[in-house]
Design a binder for this molecule. Structure first.
Ligand code: ADP
Length: 178
């Protein structure tokens, strides 16, 4: 599995799955969540409402992930995950690691070869981008060395960062990763 760092808009990525930094309601929000819903069209909100109604009456828990089709996006699926909100006292890195691990597990289950992540929790939810990058790369590393990766066709894990600063942080952390 190969990691790539890109500067840009995740909604434009033609990968099998893009990951959405959603909130527990799954009913849309600001930041990357809003951008994904706008670009995917109203069918995405409908699909999320259906998930809430049928499987997730109490919302998607922090650290969990669930997939929907990507509708009008170039990607095939959107994997929604809920990052920890530092402003709400959710400061345990294990919750953030779980977002990356669960999203990779869902991607592998879909048979995805490529998946693109934003900097989950590094926006409105207030985490430091450096810590998000560290947790993300560790999660990819442990996923790829676990049995789960062996059976999956996952080849490329992209991190698509919206600002130049965050892109530079992710590149620096990746270069210093073991
Ligand atoms: P959270 O609530 O998990 O912090 P945000 O959407 O506020 O989620 O921010 C997560 C990251 O996504 C931030 O670094 C933000 O700059 C970035 N972001 C916002 N829009 C996009 C986009 N279209 N593509 C990629 N990243 C984006």
């Amino acid at each position: 599995m190969r990691i790539e760092i890109l500067h840009g808009d995740i909604t434009a990525r033609k990968v099998d799955a893009i990951v959405n930094a959603a909130n527990s309601s799954l009913l849309g929000g600001g930041g990357v969540d809003g951008a994904i819903h706008r670009a995917a069209g109203g069918e995405l909100l409908e699909a999320c409402r259906e998930l809430r109604r049928t499987q997730l009456q109490d919302g998607l828990p922090v650290g969990s992930a669930v997939a929907t089709p990507a509708f009008r996006l170039p990607a095939r699926w959107v994997i929604h995950t809920v990052g920890p909100n530092r402003h709400a006292g959710q400061t345990d890195p294990a919750l953030l690691a779980s977002c990356f691990q669960e999203s990779l597990t869902v991607a592998a289950g879909l048979g995805a070869q490529s998946v693109a992540f934003p900097a989950i929790s590094a926006g409105i939810y207030g985490w430091d981008a450096r810590q998000v990058a560290q947790v993300a790369f560790d999660a990819v590393g442990s996923f790829s060395s676990s049995g789960r990766a062996g059976d999956s066709p996952l080849e490329v894990v992209e991190f698509v960062l919206f600002s130049e600063d965050t892109t530079a942080v992710f590149r620096t952390v990746l270069e210093s990763s073991p």
